[in-house]
Design a protein around this ligand. Structure first.
Ligand code: GLC
Ligand code: MG
Length: 497
């Protein structure tokens, strides 16, 4: 019998409707709270430190957290962001040499559990929207708050990627893409990039390192003689982009910072992250910290040596890609740099850093490892789930089928280790917590899975009950999932939760 065939109740459309279990005094439990665990990679150990309330020191920490901003419904832009990360994607956030995506997943878990609720994530890529969407299908990327594409020529906001039309107006000034295309097209050394990468304010070519210098020398004069004020950027030892002078990753970031400042919401700290030539501009903006990841390209390191050597706000990390970003957060003291995937001692968290999102981030890491048979054994995961889920709690599968949480847990046995040796990545995205009652929290997030069959995702709501006299302890009383548009699994039973 499959997971959903067992279900008997009708579809519910209201995620909050059944959040209160029938029992008048819900049992308060500690998810994955087994104190027997010892290994540094052990999740039980990890959450044990987070949620155990027998330890007075931690009880104080959690109490503070309950009353802190982390528990209120956050208007994302009601206050300045605590940290804004502006990161390039290829070979910075995404390590194309790491098929396991280890450091990207570490970053994701850190971001969702510590930063998402009060910080801003900005991706700044050379890719066009088409190639950016392609990368999202292939890699376990979070959804950024702001996406800057096509080398700083396109800025969009949110999940639905609403374009910044004001930026388009700025770039239209003194730009004529036909002239750019016509003049550059006269150079036989330049090979036009694919159609998707030719954008309203970006004309792009390939040129090998051997020919780049001569082209870069002659082009500016030619454009000048045609009255065109352009910027020419060489990246990755192969790509040559021609943009309006006022465009580029740095100009786009300055534009955003100016907008935030005008609104009185300048982020408290901004960290720019990159690896290649088109990222250099990001490191020229004052009051912005910068990390060139360890695997940075020669052209960026050379730019740094010539232009920013004495600047202590810019580092060349010792770690590759997303691990280099995590390293920079620690180096500049921008906040905690602990990822739940590393299972480090949570005592190093400060009260204001603790967010309920950490519970679901940890839960899904344990779930990924359980299906891969990588860490948790069958029984300890099931027992932990039973402990966290309230006996009269319910789950609504994205197919619409509703079931008792405990009955559902009993159907999970066949899935233990079924992804062993296969690609199976799980991550939490856009996690936000709101307090919907004196002892009830609602955490809404997107939960993603990436397998060889593709990417599937659900908008997910967890309703957690906390006990006022035992802050920091939660009981999961309801789970509700609906498919994210375009990301439904091919069959209903290919998705568990
Ligand atoms: C990305 C874009 C490409 C651009 C390069 C460097 O690879 O797809 O058009 O030339 O970044 O900016
Ligand atoms: Mg790059």
């Amino acid at each position: 019998m499959t997971l959903i065939q067992r279900s008997i109740r009708p579809k519910s459309s209201d995620p909050v409707r059944c959040h209160r279990p029938a029992s008048s005094s819900p049992r308060v439990i500690y998810p994955f709270s087994s104190p027997r665990a010892t290994g540094a990679k052990d999740l039980s150990f990890f959450t044990y430190h987070l949620l155990r309330t027998e330890r007075p020191q931690l009880r104080i920490r959690c109490t503070h957290a309950m009353s802190s901003l982390a528990y209120k419904e956050m208007d994302r832009f009601s206050a300045p962001a605590r940290l804004m990360i502006v990161s390039d994607l290829d070979n910075t956030m995404v390590d194309h040499h790491d098929p396991e995506n280890t450091s990207l997943l570490r970053f994701n878990a850190m971001w969702e559990s510590i930063y998402r609720h009060n910080s801003l994530l900005v991706f700044s890529t050379g890719r066009s929207p088409t190639l950016y969407k392609q990368l999202r299908k292939e890699k376990p990327l979070l959804t950024p708050d702001i996406t800057i594409m096509s080398v700083g020529t396109e800025i969009t906001y949110g999940d639905s990627m609403v374009p910044d039309e004001g930026w388009e107006v700025v770039l239209n000034k003194a730009w004529n893409r036909n002239i750019a295309l016509e003049e550059a097209g006269k150079f036989p050394q330049l090979k036009l990039q694919p159609e998707t990468e030719q954008r309203p304010h970006k004309v792009s070519f390939y040129v090998d390192k051997g020919h780049a210098q001569e082209v870069l020398k002659s082009l500016p004069g030619i454009f000048k003689s045609r009255g065109l004020d352009v910027k020419i950027i060489y990246s990755g030892g192969i790509d040559l982009d021609i943009l309006p002078q006022g465009a580029g990753k740095g100009e786009a970031l300055s534009y955003l910072l100016k907008k935030f400042k005008e609104a009185g919401k300048l982020p408290l700290n901004t960290l720019a992250c990159g690896d290649s030539g088109n990222d250099a501009e990001l490191f020229s903006i004052s009051d912005v910290y910068g990390v060139m990841v360890s695997n940075a390209q020669e052209e960026l390191l050379q730019w740094h040596a010539e232009n920013a050597k004495g600047n202590s706000k810019i580092i060349h990390a010792t770690e590759r890609c997303a691990a280099g970003i995590i390293e920079a957060i620690a180096h500049f003291g921008l906040g905690p740099n602990i990822s739940p995937r590393d299972s480090l001692d949570l005592l190093s968290y400060k009260p204001e850093d603790i967010n309920p999102a950490i519970i679901l981030v940890t839960l899904y890491i344990a779930y990924e490892r359980w299906r891969q048979a990588a860490a948790e054994n069958y029984e300890s995961f099931i027992q932990s789930l039973k402990t966290i889920c309230h006996p009269s709690g319910t789950i609504i599968h994205p197919s619409g089928v509703e079931q008792s949480l405990h009955e559902w847990i009993d159907t999970l046995r066949p899935y233990y280790g079924d992804k062993q040796g296969k690609k199976f990545l799980v991550w939490v995205d856009r996690a936000f917590t709101s307090k919907i009652g004196s002892d009830t929290l609602l955490v809404k997030f997107d939960k993603w899975e990436l397998t060889d069959e593709g990417r599937n995702g659900c908008v997910t709501t967890f309703v957690l009950n906390s006990k006022p006299d035992s802050p920091g302890s939660f009981s999961l009383v309801h789970i509700h999932q609906t498919w994210l548009e375009g990301f439904a699994a091919s069959t209903d039973d290919a998705w568990i939760f």
